[in-house]
Design a protein around this ligand. Sequence first.
Ligand code: PGA
Length: 246
Amino acid sequence: MYLVANWKMYLDFDESIELAECIAQFSISKNTALIVCPSDIALADVNRLLPKSVGRCAQDGYWIEKGAYTGAVSMEMLKAVGCEYVIVGHSERRSQFHETNEQVAKKMLAAWEWGLKPILCVGETREELETGKRSHVLREQLGSIFVDHKKEVKECFVSYEPVWAISRGGVGQHCEPRDLAVVMQDIVGWVCECVPEVDVHFLYGGSVTPENVCSYMTVDHVEGVLVGAASTYKEKLQALLEALAQ
Ligand code: PGA
């Protein structure tokens, strides 16, 4: 089972180091793969502090390797500081930084090129859900990679994260596991039809807490969770790991 801890922009450098030091003291069950995603400012130091068994992940990466791209960090640079994974197309990147499906696809290709396993985030907004566009939106987000770049696809993660369920620090609206089961079935069906030979792991994200994590893990095809806010508190992170280990 995967637990991807996305610290977003919640923790500053010192707080990130402190939490990484706590993680180094956790006893983590062998069936749980913890993957930690600090902000870029703490990435290299946190990567050095984490135990070998913990995955190292960036929250984003740019597709061009080097050059005059102020503010960007390339996949090559992420790899050089020990990253093995990179989140691509998180809804906060799509909505607040206007990333398009085409740009997300370029990032996926660059991640594979540099030997990183991308964690692709897909999900619909509340408006898209309410106007019956969920299926269309998901197909476009997935299709720009799994259809348009079918031949280049390598091992990766697809994290279904309904935008309306993502917390803004507190707890967002709850996605019912029975609703998740229906969407997951569609997503897995489409992806596996496009790239039947490739290892794709499916995750869920959106207001996951120690209290509800097990209900998501019972959903077919869900191999883990991507957690934002709750993963930034030592006690909650530990409780999430304990819940997953049961
Ligand atoms: P959250 O974030 O756990 O704070 O809702 C999840 C996500 O961004 O996927």
